[in-house]
Design a protein around this ligand. Sequence first.
Ligand SMILES: C[S@@+](CC[C@H](N)C(=O)[O-])C[C@H]1O[C@@H](n2cnc3c(N)ncnc32)[C@H](O)[C@@H]1O
Length: 474
Amino acid sequence: MDALQQALSSRGLAVVHVPGKGRGLVTTKDFSPGDVIFYQEPYASTPSKLLGGSVCDGCFASSNLRKCSGCRIAWYCGNVCQRSEWKVHQLECQALAGLSEDRRKMLTPSIRLMVKLLLRRKLQYEQVIPTTPTDNYDLVNALVSHISDIDEKQLVLYAQMANLVKLVVPYVEINLKEVAENFSKIACNAHTICDSELRPLGTGLYPVISTINHSCVPNSVLVFEGRVAVVRAMEPITEGTEVLISYIETAATTSTRQKDLKQYFFSCRCPRCTKSLDEDLQENAIMEGYRCMDKKCYGFLLRDTGKPLIEETKKTANEIEKLLSKASTCLSSGNYSEASVLYKNIEQIQSKLCHLFSINLMRTHETLMKIFMELKDWRSALTICQLTITVYQRVYPENHPMVGLQYYTCGKLEWLLELTDDALKSFTKATNILRITHGTNTPFMRELLNKLDEARAEAAYKHSAGRSSSDELL
Ligand SMILES: C[S@@+](CC[C@H](N)C(=O)[O-])C[C@H]1O[C@@H](n2cnc3c(N)ncnc32)[C@H](O)[C@@H]1O
């Protein structure tokens, strides 16, 4: 741990004990918005789709993938990644290739993650793979497991999973109890690896980043560049402050957030979770409340005041539930035309029932926007995108990546519709947020910056062309 503290101190960080939270990461220098606080390769990682070959095992890129001819489970984007993964994969490959069809079917991403973790530990112990102060199994050992908080059913499941791991790699020395506990560690420490647009790709265990605690009003954000986890400051962070990220979707009421945090075995005491009852009711009303049925009134109906909802509201809510299940079946089967009709219907009914800032209505709008984009109906997609931005600005903090990404989508739609000035404004707003959360040096950000330059040049050209034609008129 001394070696870790030394490595962290050169980055202006320290792991400390935080009362009520266990360990936490604190700053020993100031950080500005957009500064990288820490970045780390995973100790072990796995794509979430095992058989489809969705991403490269090495860098999580999704193009030019080729299947490993030995195990036919791992995929690589080229020789560089295949070689960099080879020491661990060589052992994994032999194990996977020898599995019967039935056992292969039981191979889940969690099992594969554990197999890779144990193989890496073995190779580090044998000094085939080097260790560093921020990359060694002692850091995995130090992670919280909450094993004593887990119910019997979950414990049995972890024990069964540990047995399966033993069957996959029988030649690795395995303590079944330790492996079961490791599954519990993964549950409360591993992170979902996402692409730049926050779409999930897989899971990774990042033992140093796992010292960062949660807040529903975080000062930092975790994003991924390939499979490298990068924590950036979202706001000015002064020396001696705890670095905090959010483990969950924060566009939710306090009770929903607390439910989502249950898997981590703590009750959040952040400023949002400890608001006064009045303030909390107000937030709930905005996010989940129904609108007043009097069309002239812009007030809310609270869902959780205990008063029975009036009959009409209940009936409408039931109607929405039924339509939603039909619509999502349509959507998952790729029938976008029919899904668009159903979701438009849902949107109309929800608009009568829910307040403009309701999360449920926002989710319907998000789905509808994606459907319109699939149908290449750019105009309708733009209208919906603009609606969601208004809500995002209320439910997310100022520099949240979701807000930046939505501005980016808005800009792309405006550009397609040749609304150059609007596109320029949207790309500028997207850049102002995403350069803080995503940095500027990734292919994703370079593409956005290129689009911004293009929109700027086109807008300048259009304005100068407009000016010269009006000069000619004079
Ligand atoms: C990823 S770990 C974070 C580091 C952890 N505190 C440690 O000691 O290693 C997640 C665990 O930290 C604790 N934790 C995280 N955020 C917390 C918070 N806001 N309040 C209390 N405990 C928290 C919970 O025990 C949770 O399961």
